[in-house]
Design a protein around this ligand. Structure first.
Ligand code: PLP
Length: 400
């Protein structure tokens, strides 16, 4: 891909997504589960651009959403309601009501209190809400603590005994229909064993529920499949699917899988331009026009992203790549071996397709970057760069 040409055409900072790669990643997961009925419900939060969702809708994907806004995005992009799941530890009443009205596939419940609230709202609407319970299997996924969710110390899901109580109550309620069971132990998983353990634990519960006539149709294994940012050993989709399927013999539940990062992470780059280089004593800084407000992962998780200077190589020395925001946490890389740069050079920050643009903000009154898709060799704008006027629109009319 000609990053210099794209930067010239659309300006920087810029997100560029390879739509062919996204399609390939989706197909890899879908075919890994081909031994069984499956729904790949893309985790919208990883990259919620409508054109990304439209691409996945056309491939047959469903959507895993964590707000009613994401549900509406998925619908707008053409993902049918019967392929949409609403997850998340805290849902507002109006969100629950709208999700039930839109007749989505199911809501993932994360507490007893939430189950009662959903029951009340469904009763008020005269409906029966399809639900699934997120079980916290209390297994260490061995990933970054901020993205680890499957331990009882985390706020996510309920323990197995609580899950049983919720299912029994739902079974006897005219307003709840338990159809699924769910777990999601964390993100950027690179170790297969915890996934297999979690799947086995939750499968055992699903089988026990089926024995008492609770008709669990969907076995929702969450997302979390890791990608290679640097030199991580990642899990192959086939091995991932086999590990899960091996825990499900004797059942005919439909697999629901909610990958986010795996689908889009390595299909996106963030392009930013060198403003100048600067030295403080022995320390070399490359100052660029992108910042933590555009791509937060390095600041938030100390995440590693490969960096390349487009068209440059050789004579490398260590440098910090930093943005203009007034925070020392505003960096893309630290002590990275990079060739000498000149103003105008394009810095390619790789693996920026997931949790990139979606976490961006207007901090420092910086307009959010544009987003571009490249599909079969053609590039096109899929989100316009924000303007100053757009940023202040919601406040300027209150100026007195
Ligand atoms: C975040 C999340 C996902 C997606 O996680 P990835 O690591 O991006 O695959 C899937 N399911 C749930 C419930 C989530 O919270």
């Amino acid at each position: 891909m000609d990053y210099q040409a794209l930067a010239k055409k659309y300006d920087t900072p810029l997100y560029v997504y390879d739509f062919d790669q996204i399609a390939q990643n989706y197909n890899a997961i879908k075919s890994a589960f081909k031994a069984r009925k499956s729904l790949i419900a893309y985790a919208v939060k990883a990259n919620s651009n409508l054109s990304v969702l439209r691409l996945l809708a056309n491939l047959g994907a469903g959507a895993d959403c964590v707000s009613i806004g994401e549900v509406k995005r998925a619908l707008l992009a053409g993902i049918p309601n019967y392929k949409i799941i609403f997850s998340g530890v805290g849902k507002r009443d109006d969100e629950i009501e709208e999700a039930i009205q839109k007749d989505i596939l199911f809501l993932n419940i994360e507490s007893e209190a939430e189950s009662e609230r959903i029951e009340e709202i469904a009763a008020k609407l005269g409906k029966r809400a399809r639900i699934s319970v997120r079980v916290n299997p209390d297994i260490d996924p061995k990933t970054h603590p901020y993205i680890s969710t499957g331990l009882s110390a985390n706020k996510f899901g309920v323990d197995i005994d609580t899950a049983k109580r919720i299912y029994l109550r739902a079974k006897n309620s005219p307003h709840l229909e338990p159809v699924g069971i769910h777990f999601h132990i964390g993100s950027q998983l690179t170790d297969l064993e915890p996934i297999k353990e979690a799947s086995a634990k939750v499968a055992e519960l699903a089988k026990a529920l089926q024995k008492i006539d609770i008709d669990i149709k969907f076995f929702d294994v969450g997302g979390g499949l890791g990608i290679r940012y640097k030199d991580e050993e990642t899990i192959e989709p086939y091995d991932y699917a086999q590990a899960i399927l091996s825990t499900l013999s004797g059942t005919d539940m439909t697999i629901v899988c909610e990958p986010g990062r795996f689908i889009v992470g390595n299909a996106g780059v963030f392009l930013t331009r060198v403003l100048y280089e600067k030295r403080n004593k022995d320390k070399r800084f490359i100052i660029v026009d992108g910042a933590m407000n555009d791509l937060l992962r390095p600041s938030l998780y100390n995440a590693y992203h490969e960096i390349e200077i487009a068209g440059k190589s050789g004579d490398e020395s260590k440098a910090d790549v930093v943005g203009p925001v007034c925070e020392s946490g505003d960096f893309f890389a630290k002590e990275r071996l990079l060739p000498p740069t000149e103003p105008g050079d394009i810095v390619v920050v790789k693996s920026a397709g997931a949790y990139g643009f979606v976490m961006s903000s207007n901090y420092n009154t910086r307009p959010r970057p544009a987003e571009v898709a490249v599909e079969r060799g053609e590039d096109r704008l899929i989100r316009e760069r924000e303007s100053f006027e757009y940023i202040i629109e919601k406040e300027v009319r209150f100026l007195v």
